[in-house]
Design a protein around this ligand. Sequence first.
Ligand code: HEM
Length: 199
Amino acid sequence: YLACPLNAWPVSGADRTSQEIWESFSQCFTPAVKEVVEFAKGIPGFQELSQQDQVMLLKSGTFQVLMVRFCTLFNADERSVTFLNGQTYSLSTLRALGMGSLLDAMFDFSEKLSSLGLQPDEMALFMAVVLVSADRSDITDMRAVEQLQEGLISALRSLITRRRPDDTTLFPKLLLLLPDLRTLNNLHADKLLAFRIDP
Ligand code: HEM
């Protein structure tokens, strides 16, 4: 089996080769990844970055954007996860599939994010901030990415403070989720790598 919630068939027949399992899984995550690319193209200013920098941000940011977008798959109260096929699995089933501390960290994250009660447009702007705040190690035009990031962060701040003038804590709470996302990204990348080496 391949235990990622983006997999529509986490448990498959024993007769399937690891290549077949990976191919059917890639049909599940490819549309989601393409949507992130389309989403990125719609961020004002993103397409003005060099092609190479766009690719770098997408490489390190796609998972983080998807994590935010699919955070509702994690039900922290019921301790269950709904996979992309619509089927819900309990924590004990997921543990039996080999999921561990990363799953717990994702439950924590989704609990934090959903407690903030963002509206859809705030969520979208937050995802744009997440994407341009992704790891910068291989960016060529740092200044351009920083400018884009600053513009998006201040747009997010004004949207949120205009709507909730009395709540000064929401915006900083949101920014504090960025390092959490980065940690989840790294932990998840380890899982992905481990799977590719030893499926
Ligand atoms: C585990 C791939 C996106 C949540 C995994 C594994 C792979 C993988 C290969 C290891 C499976 C195993 O060892 O059986 C991918 C790919 C993604 C993607 C290629 C998209 C490009 C996501 C997203 C989320 C997510 C967006 C969350 C919303 C998880 C969880 C696990 C996992 C919870 C299990 C962690 C654990 O073992 O504790 N993923 N994933 N993945 N993935 Fe993903």
